[in-house]
Write a protein that binds this ligand. Structure first.
Ligand SMILES: *Cc1c(COP(=O)(O)O)cnc(C)c1O
Length: 554
């Protein structure tokens, strides 16, 4: 398709992971959104972000005397980071009018991020935007009204011209209801307004299983006034009853994407029974190169210089941080495996500890050390128990197992640059993409991973990493994934990772280079944004233009 104009895009997301001094993210979704805005600036494309100013972040999660993670909340001071636009917007939430201030984050010049805030001094509704993913179901719906309805109103109040609205995850779906309401207010019928709205909305789905999709009863949505003027029947038509945020987004978008090729298949199968849903294609997530890839590694790689010594330097930096933080001395010449993610059960953070009998001799002979980090959702006790278990193990093997508390972007950066190997063992098909391994790959930190998310489309087994599914071969039906992966992991650890690391440095360096090459070519946010334009934004933009043409003729 030939474009004479680059469409202007407004990107809606509940969280953004941009920097330490703006903690308004929980995990991968937010990091993706932050990296996306940074890459948009690099590419100089007209994209703006819309989100929420979470006054107390997600959680500061510290390990207590009981080895259990405990949540702490503090009020952050954002002065100097956000600018007042002097714009306010109003939305209705459960019988009252809520006023939000609109702040602007100006880190990216032409690609500002606008943040809605109900927590300014004097507000009676600060509860809505206090904690990301905090509170009850009603709190969540209120947050989503602010993001969606408030977000569109903010764009209007700021007088910003937008061609395409991108809903990143179903959280933003009420923005679609506001786009419909606007058109109905201008005289269209519900059906006309819905159809016209579809031509300007695209959607990214991240959920790999049906149970992970957010649903709310239509009655509750009416009570919360999330319907935004639509009737109960109209709501039901969009999202079903209970109202499924993902299904509604699929019916409000002209095209949607899954976040890896494997996830595309999963998502297509999951929603094939849904009528009137947008086509789902694959656009694999990416990470922002200069945020995550160490510059010296990049240079050593490009100039074919000593990659190993730069890597050792980064490893020392990580070990120094651990020495300061945890008061334990790990050794720079021992093979180091890292694992850092949200402590959700499906990520199986504790999996390899099921074979302590195999790990213990490796610790005793100084062949292996392990570095863990991650936060659990404040209400996820199962996830917190996994952290507690790992902390307990770290106390049993203090010189070989470390847990770093309060996982954030800075810890992530240290780890994906300083470990030797990056472990990824989620339950399939639960990891829609998984971006921490991309960051590791870019730094020559070798992935050892199950075949899920982006892994199968990028890693070549035994060349740019290891894929556990290629160790044992086809699993049996009704396989026990824990057993299968434990066998495969220990096989590859004993037969390949340890021997190559200690005895074949040349091969190791060759794999590091293959990994960096793969990362730069396939796993960047820049590549992702180009695909968003070619597959989604330009597509929507063309539909919308055709529509204008038809209207102009009639
Ligand atoms: C990259 C990143 C994530 C996402 O990692 P996954 O591999 O998708 O689990 C989460 N949190 C932080 C702080 C990150 O930097």
């Amino acid at each position: 398709m030939k474009q004479n104009k680059t469409p202007k895009v407004a990107y809606f997301c509940m969280e953004y992971g941009l920097s330490k001094n703006l903690p308004i993210y929980a995990g991968g979704l937010g990091i993706l959104a932050g990296d996306y805005l940074k890459a948009a600036k690099d590419l100089n494309v007209p994209i703006i972000g819309v989100g929420i100013l979470w006054r107390q972040d997600y959680t500061t999660q510290l390990i207590g005397q009981d080895n259990y993670p405990h949540d702490h909340y503090q009020n952050y001071d954002f002065s100097g980071i956000i600018q007042d636009t002097n714009v306010t917007v109003k939305c209705r939430v459960r019988g009252t009018e809520v006023t939000c201030k609109v702040w602007k984050v100006d880190m990216f010049g032409n690609n500002p991020l606008y943040l809605l805030d109900a927590g300014f001094p004097g507000s009676e509704h600060s509860w809505i935007t206090t904690r990301l993913y905090g509170g009850s179901e009603q709190d969540r719906i209120a947050q989503e009204i602010i993001l969606g309805v408030g977000g569109i109103r903010a764009l209007r109040a700021l007088n910003l011209d937008v061609d395409v609205y991108h809903f990143n995850e179903g959280h933003a779906v009420f923005a679609g209801l506001e786009l419909i309401r606007e058109k109905m207010a201008a005289g269209m019928s519900f059906r006309e307004a819905w159809e016209a709205t579809r031509k300007e909305v695209v959607f990214t789905t991240h959920t790999p299983v049906e149970a992970g999709n957010e649903v709310h009863n239509c009655g509750l949505l009416m009570h919360m006034e999330a319907n935004n003027g639509l009737s109960y029947e109209q709501l039901t038509e969009l999202g079903g009853n209970p109202f499924n945020m993902t299904i509604a987004a699929l019916r409000l978008a002209c095209k949607a994407n899954a976040v890896s090729q494997a996830h595309e298949k999963t998502a297509q199968k999951m929603w094939q029974h849904i009528d009137n849903a947008a086509q789902i294609i694959a656009i694999t997530n990416g990470v922002h190169l200069s945020t995550w890839q160490n510059q010296e590694i990049k240079q050593a790689y490009e100039q074919n210089k000593d990659l190993a010594s730069v890597h050792q330097k980064l490893k020392k930096k990580l070990l120094d941080y651990i020495a300061k933080q945890n008061k334990v001395e790990l050794k720079p010449d021992i093979l180091t495996i890292g694992f850092a993610r949200r402590a959700a059960a499906y990520k199986r953070g504790g999996l390899i500890f099921k074979r302590l009998d195999l790990l213990e001799p490796l610790f005793k002979t100084n062949k292996l050390q392990l570095i863990y980090s991650g936060k659990a959702h404040p209400n996820d006790h199962q996830g917190k128990n996994i952290i507690q278990q790992i902390v307990e193990i770290s106390k049993r093997y203090p010189n070989h197992v470390v847990f770093l508390e309060d996982y954030d972007m800075d810890i992530a950066r240290l780890m994906v640059q300083g470990c030797d190997v990056w472990l990824n063992n989620p339950l399939r098909p639960m990891e829609a993409s998984g971006t921490s391994g991309m960051k590791a790959a870019l730094n020559g930190v070798l992935n050892v991973s199950v075949l899920d998310g982006w892994v199968g489309e990028a890693i070549t087994h035994q060349e740019s990493g290891w894929i556990l599914d290629e160790i044992i071969g086809e699993p049996l039906e009704n396989w026990d994934q824990d057993e299968y992966d434990l066998q495969a992991f220990y096989h590859v650890l004993f037969k390949e990772i340890i021997p190559i690391y200690y005895e074949d440095k040349t091969r190791w360096i060759r794999m590091m280079k293959a990994s960096i090459k793969m990362g730069e070519e396939l796993l960047s946010s820049e590549r992702m944004i180009r695909e968003y334009y070619s597959e989604l934004y330009n597509y929507a933009f063309e539909l919308k233009k055709e529509n204008l043409l038809v209207k102009g003729l009639s």
